[in-house]
Design a protein around this ligand. Structure first.
Ligand SMILES: [Zn+2]
Length: 182
């Protein structure tokens, strides 16, 4: 995933600025000079990214019901779904470049809630939270998302990663997507 690679490169660059190994008499300061090409990439996207347009535009592109979405800080993550209410919450602090991917992921959860009734029904269907998340992210990928941390091997070192999309996950995701708008 592109941003992960860029951030990893940035971390390496910052670490590389700590001076020659073996000289410990002066305190090492991290090098905060960011090369111009890194700064360009990091700053280019937010400037031309309109949060509200990403949010409403993605909901419209999905053909989703806007009443099923709410901008709310009542989530520790970028977004979450209250299955029993069939309501998606999108955190207003979610970085603009991740808003569309978050909306697609939460819409997949809305489709799960619609298909299986409520939180109990979703649990009965998938068994585990990991399976529920994997299907949601596989669906988000099918819908065009590029940041899908539950299934993207670039995130294998993080707590979010649960494993790659399996054929059964993709079939399930396609079924939920084909079912259309609630
Ligand atoms: Zn989720």
């Amino acid at each position: 995933m592109r941003y992960t690679a860029i951030l990893a490169a940035l971390v390496v660059l910052l670490a590389a600025g700590s001076g020659p190994a073996g000289h410990t008499d002066t305190p090492r300061q991290p090098n905060t000079d960011v090369p111009a090409w890194v700064a360009d990439i990091l700053e280019a996207k937010p400037q031309d990214c309109d949060w509200q347009r990403e949010y409403t535009g993605t909901i419209a592109a999905l053909g989703a019901d806007p009443a099923r979405f709410r901008v709310s800080e009542d989530t520790r993550l970028y977004g979450r779904v209250r299955f029993d209410e069939r309501l998606a919450l999108i955190n207003p602090t979610t970085p603009c470049r991740f808003v569309a991917d978050t909306v697609r992921h939460e819409w997949m959860h809305l489709q799960q809630a619609r298909a299986y009734g409520d939180a109990d029904g979703v649990r009965d269907r998938y068994g585990t939270r990991d399976h529920t998340e994997r299907v949601a992210d596989c669906g988000a990928r099918i819908l065009g998302s590029t940041t899908t941390p539950y299934v993207d091997a670039d995130f294998a070192h993080t707590a979010m990663y649960v494993g790659p999309c399996r054929p059964t996950d993709i079939r399930e995701a396609r079924h939920l997507i084909a079912w259309g708008t609630p």
